[in-house]
Design a protein around this ligand. Structure first.
Ligand SMILES: Nc1ncnc2c1ncn2[C@@H]1O[C@H](COP(=O)(O)OP(=O)(O)OP(=O)(O)O)[C@@H](O)[C@H]1O
Ligand SMILES: [Mg+2]
Length: 492
C-alpha cells in the first residue's frame, strides 16, 4: 500500500501511509487507539476507499472499490466483530451465499459438508460442523472465520485483535494455526495491543501513530521498550509499577462472600473485601473468575452461599438489585454489553450519573460537558468532540468510554473484569492511576486480569481461583515477583 490517505468529515485519519507485506510473513500492525490500523485495513478490504494512494498485489496495481474486489484479489479480513450467522452451522457459514449447487440448481448440502470437512482437516481443527455456531465457543467462531477465508483462496489474511475474546488454550490453537497458514505461503497482518503475542508470532512490525507511518522493522531488531516508545511517541512514565498505597485494613469488610456457588464454575467461593482496597483476582481461564463476579452482580443465579454488604445480607436476583445496593460490574465484553453505539460519547459517559447532575428538572449541561471532557482527556479517548456518535470511534476508544462511564460514578463497590482489554499501552497506565485514586477515595474495588503485570501493579491483595474455589490468598507485599504469582496460579 503506497501513500494512502483518508479523511472523515475533513479530518485526516491516515496521512500518506506506506505498508508492505511479504509472502508468508506475519506482520504486526501496531499503534495507539485511533491510530488508524482498522481504517487502513478497511481500505485494503474495500470497506472504505482511500482518498489517495495505490495498492499493489504481487507487483501489479489493483483497484479495490468494494469488498468483492478484495476477495477476488485474495484478501480476507477477520473483523473485531465476527461476521457469522449464529443460527447456521459451521459448514453453512463457510459457504454462505456461495453454496455448492447440484445439477438442479439446489444447494448441495453434502458437497458443502464434504468441502468443509476437507478444509478443517487441512487446518487440523476438530469442530462439529453440523451444529449451529452459537453453540460453539468463541475460539471456534474464529476458526470458522479462518476456514471461511481459506475457502475463498485467501493470500492475505488480516486479523484484528483476534485473541481479545479467546481463552489461553484457544490462543495457543490459533498460534499453531497461524504457523500452518504461514507454511502454506499465506501472509498475515496481525493487529494486537498485546506485546508478548507480537514478539512471539510476528516477523515484522509496522507502527502507526496519529495516522502516520512511524516505522517498519523485523521483530528481532526491536525491544518491547522501543516499540512502546514508537507507539506513544515518547517515554512512558512509571508504567505498571506498584506503589504502596499505604492503606490500613482495619474496619469491617464492606463485602463478605460466603461459600458462593453458582452453576458449574463457582464452587464455594469465600472472601472479604475492605473499603479502600483493590482486590486482584488471579486464575487461569476457566477458573471461574468471570462467573464468580457475574453471580455477585446478579447476572447468573446463585445456587447457594451468601453475600453480605456492610454486614447486611443481600438478596441479589438480578443486576438491578446489585446496582441498587451500590455494586457495579464492568464486564469483559464491553462493546457488546456496555455501550449504546448510536449515542454520543458524552451521553454514554454520563448515563449512570444523569440523576446527579440534574438541576431541578433539567440536566446541568455545562457540568455534564465538563465531566465528559475531563474523562476524554484523561483516558485519551480519540474523538473530534464529545458529541460524536460512539459507533464512529475506534474499537479501543469505545472500550475506554465504557470504563469512563463507571469510573465517573464509581459506586461503593466496583468490579472490573479485564479493564484494559483492547486498550493501548498509554491509556493502560492512566486507567491504573484512576482505579488507584478511586480506592484512595474509599471505594472498594475488585479487578480480574489475565495480565499479571497489571494485576501486580494494582492489587493490595490477590486471591487465586482454581476450579471455582479460592486456593490462595496473598498480601501484595508477599508477592516478590510475577513468577511467584504465576506459580500460585498454576499449583493446584
Ligand atoms: N466511519 C468513520 N467516521 C468518522 N470517523 C471515523 C470512522 N471510522 C474511523 N474513524 C476515526 O478514525 C480514527 C482511526 O480509527 P481506527 O478504527 O482506524 O483506529 P485503530 O488504530 O484501529 O484503533 P483501535 O486500536 O482502538 O482499534 C479514529 O479517530 C476514529 O474515530
Ligand atoms: Mg481497530
Amino acid at each position: 500500500m503506497s501513500q494512502i490517505s483518508k479523511s472523515f468529515n475533513g479530518i485526516k485519519v491516515l496521512n500518506s501511509v506506506d505498508f508492505e507485506l511479504r509472502r508468508g510473513e506475519v506482520h504486526a500492525l501496531m499503534g495507539g487507539n485511533g491510530a488508524g490500523k482498522s481504517t487502513l485495513m478497511k481500505i485494503l478490504t474495500g470497506v472504505y476507499q482511500g482518498d489517495e494512494g495505490q495498492i499493489f498485489i504481487d507487483g501489479s496495481e489493483v483497484s479495490i472499490q468494494q469488498p468483492n474486489d478484495a476477495k477476488e484479489n485474495g484478501v480476507s479480513m477477520i473483523f473485531q466483530e465476527f461476521s457469522l450467522v449464529p443460527t447456521l452451522t459451521v459448514a453453512q457459514n463457510i459457504f454462505l451465499t456461495r453454496e455448492p449447487r447440484n445439477n438442479l440448481g439446489f444447494i448441495d448440502e453434502k458437497e458443502c459438508i464434504r468441502q468443509t470437512e476437507q478444509l478443517l482437516n487441512e487446518l487440523n481443527v476438530n469442530i462439529d460442523r453440523n451444529i449451529p455456531v452459537e453453540q460453539l465457543g468463541v475460539g471456534y467462531w474464529q476458526m470458522t472465520e479462518i476456514a471461511k477465508a481459506l475457502s475463498q483462496n485467501t493470500k492475505i489474511l488480516i486479523m484484528d485483535e483476534p485473541t481479545s475474546s479467546l481463552t489461553k488454550n484457544e490462543t495457543e490453537v490459533l498460534f499453531e494455526l497461524i504457523d500452518k497458514l504461514k507454511a502454506k505461503g499465506i501472509s498475515i497482518i496481525y493487529i494486537s495491543h498485546r506485546m508478548d503475542e507480537i514478539f512471539r508470532i510476528c516477523d515484522r512490525i509496522t507502527i502507526l501513530r496519529d495516522g502516520k507511518h512511524v516505522m517498519t522493522s523485523p521483530c528481532s531488531e526491536l525491544t518491547m521498550e522501543t516499540v512502546i516508545q514508537h507507539i506513544v511517541g515518547g517515554n512512558l512514565e512509571h508504567a505498571f509499577e506498584w506503589k504502596d498505597r499505604n492503606y490500613q485494613r482495619n474496619q469491617e469488610p464492606v463485602l463478605q462472600v460466603r461459600n458462593l456457588t453458582s452453576g458449574r464454575r463457582v464452587n464455594g467461593v469465600s472472601f472479604d473485601l475492605y473499603r479502600g482496597e483493590i482486590l486482584g483476582i488471579a486464575g487461569l481461564m476457566g477458573s471461574g473468575r468471570s462467573e464468580m463476579v457475574r453471580a455477585i452482580f446478579g447476572i447468573d443465579p446463585i445456587d447457594s452461599g451468601e453475600i453480605l454488604m456492610n454486614s447486611q445480607k443481600l438478596s441479589i436476583k438480578k443486576p438491578e438489585d446489585a446496582i441498587k445496593a451500590g455494586i457495579a460490574l464492568v464486564p469483559e465484553d464491553r462493546r457488546m454489553q456496555g455501550l449504546i453505539l448510536d449515542h454520543s460519547v458524552k451521553d454514554n459517559i454520563l448515563l449512570p450519573i444523569l440523576s446527579n447532575i440534574k438541576k431541578g428538572m433539567f440536566i446541568d449541561d455545562a457540568k455534564g460537558n465538563q465531566i465528559a471532557s475531563e474523562f476524554v482527556t484523561r483516558l485519551n479517548i480519540k474523538t473530534d468532540n464529545i458529541f460524536k456518535t460512539s459507533r464512529l470511534l475506534s474499537g479501543g476508544n469505545q472500550q475506554k468510554i465504557v470504563l469512563a462511564k463507571w469510573l465517573a460514578n464509581s459506586p461503593e463497590i466496583l468490579i472490573l473484569d479485564e479493564p484494559t482489554i483492547g486498550v493501548d499501552i498509554g491509556a493502560k497506565t492512566e486507567i491504573i492511576e484512576i482505579i488507584r485514586s478511586l480506592a484512595d477515595s474509599g471505594k472498594a474495588i475488585i479487578v480480574i486480569s489475565s495480565e499479571l503485570p497489571e494485576l501486580l501493579a494494582l492489587s493490595d491483595r490477590v486471591i487465586v481461583l482454581n476450579e471455582g474455589r479460592v486456593t490462595k490468598e496473598m498480601d501484595r507485599k508477599e508477592i516478590a515477583s510475577e513468577e511467584v504469582l504465576q506459580h500460585a496460579i498454576q499449583v493446584v
